[in-house]
Write a protein that binds this ligand. Structure first.
Ligand SMILES: [Zn+2]
Length: 359
């Protein structure tokens, strides 16, 4: 039985301590502590969600390890992708009530500025991500903006529901909004076994494109093929650029989905056909790269930076899941208390798809 006490502003809020995984300093997976933390205290524009599952993202590792010029509030709770049950909403909330099964939009715009008003909340100057700029879902309870709540797709398990928002909204933004991918395009998905890679393979197929995906071993390549990739390349054993040239009759690909960075960048630029578009949403192997600019102007290439997506794009993704046109790709589930092992699995690239914590 939960004990409720008067919170600030005279609201009824839970006053217990919850279990959470927090870090008090930056470092390796060993800084993650499974411990008691105060229950979050929501404001009137927020809701409290009892977490059932929370998916990992590379962002969790960057936040834990620490980034130059980025201040993470300490102690900190990571976790951007949450599924769970509404525990508390203020009386003025009309759409959601206690007990509703929900997922959460991980993107947090201010909701007031010009960019937010245009639906480009990911370009908001005050934008942050749940579990990064504010405490997230590696916990029994998380407070979220009321307008971040979305209905959980009915047919999904808690683990599946937590696994898709961040990577699918990212893949949608990259391929639909930025690169405007369509039938007749050939798309190279670099690192096709990652969360964003498995999402990008599916979104590109849905748009009618031909997909070439790279991955690091035979098992992952077989799974990428099952997801819909037309051709697969082992990036450790094969010459990716040579294979792309062979598969496209030396034309190159129309779109490259990049998130690997330093290890693949030069090949990704050279793999593009004339008029090709390169979309980049991350740089997990390093951000300092060299680019032969002659390729960029001779071939009239376009490079798009891509960061999260607007709330409307996530709503479209949810519709596509509800219609059964996309599917979640879950690699493994760990108990919340074992978040460190889950992050290690991600850092060692042993996963295909999403790693999820069960709470
Ligand atoms: Zn804003």
């Amino acid at each position: 039985m939960k004990v409720f006490a008067e919170g600030k502003k005279g609201r009824e809020v839970p006053a217990n301590a919850m279990k959470a995984v927090r870090f008090h300093e930056h470092g390796g997976p060993e800084v993650l502590r499974y411990e008691e933390a105060p229950d979050p205290v929501p404001d009137s524009d927020e809701a409290l969600v009892r977490v059932k599952a929370c998916a990992l993202n590379h962002l969790d590792i960057w936040g834990r390890a620490g980034l130059k010029n980025v201040e993470i509030p300490m102690p900190h709770i990571s976790g951007s992708d949450v599924s769970g049950v509404v525990e508390w909403v203020p009386p003025e909330e009309k759409e959601f009530r206690k007990g509703d099964e929900v997922i959460v939009n991980p993107g947090l715009g201010c909701g007031r500025c010009e960019k937010c008003a245009l639906g480009k909340d990911n370009q908001c100057r005050r934008y942050t991500i749940l579990g990064y700029g504010v405490d997230g879902g590696y916990a029994e309870l998380v407070k979220v903006r009321r307008n971040s709540l979305l209905r959980k797709p009915e047919r999904m398990s808690w683990v599946e529901a937590a696994s898709f928002p961040l990577v699918f909204l990212t893949a949608y933004h990259m391929l639909v909004t930025k690169a405007q991918t369509g039938p007749g395009d050939t798309v190279l998905v670099v690192g096709g076994s990652s969360g964003v890679g498995t999402a990008a393979i599916q979104v590109a197929k849905l748009l009618g494109a031909k997909v070439i995906a790279t991955a690091g071993d035979g098992g992952k390549l077989a799974k990428a093929t099952e997801l819909g990739a037309d051709h697969v390349i082992n990036h450790y054993e094969q010459d990716v650029l040579g294979e792309v040239q062979r598969l496209t009759g030396k034309k190159g690909v129309d779109v490259v989905v990049e998130h690997v960075g330093k290890a693949t960048w030069e090949g990704s630029v050279k793999a593009l056909a004339k008029g090709g578009r390169l979309v980049l949403c991350g740089a997990t192997t390093g951000a300092e790269v060299t680019t032969d600019l002659r390729y960029v102007y001779n071939r009239e290439l376009t490079v798009y930076g891509s960061f999260m997506a607007g709330r409307g794009e996530l709503l479209k993704v949810v519709d596509l899941f509800n219609e059964g046109r996309l599917k979640t790709v879950v690699d493994s589930a760990f108990p919340l208390s074992d978040a460190a092992s889950a992050q290690k699995r991600m850092e060692e690239s042993r996963h295909f798809g999403k790693i999820v914590l069960e709470v």
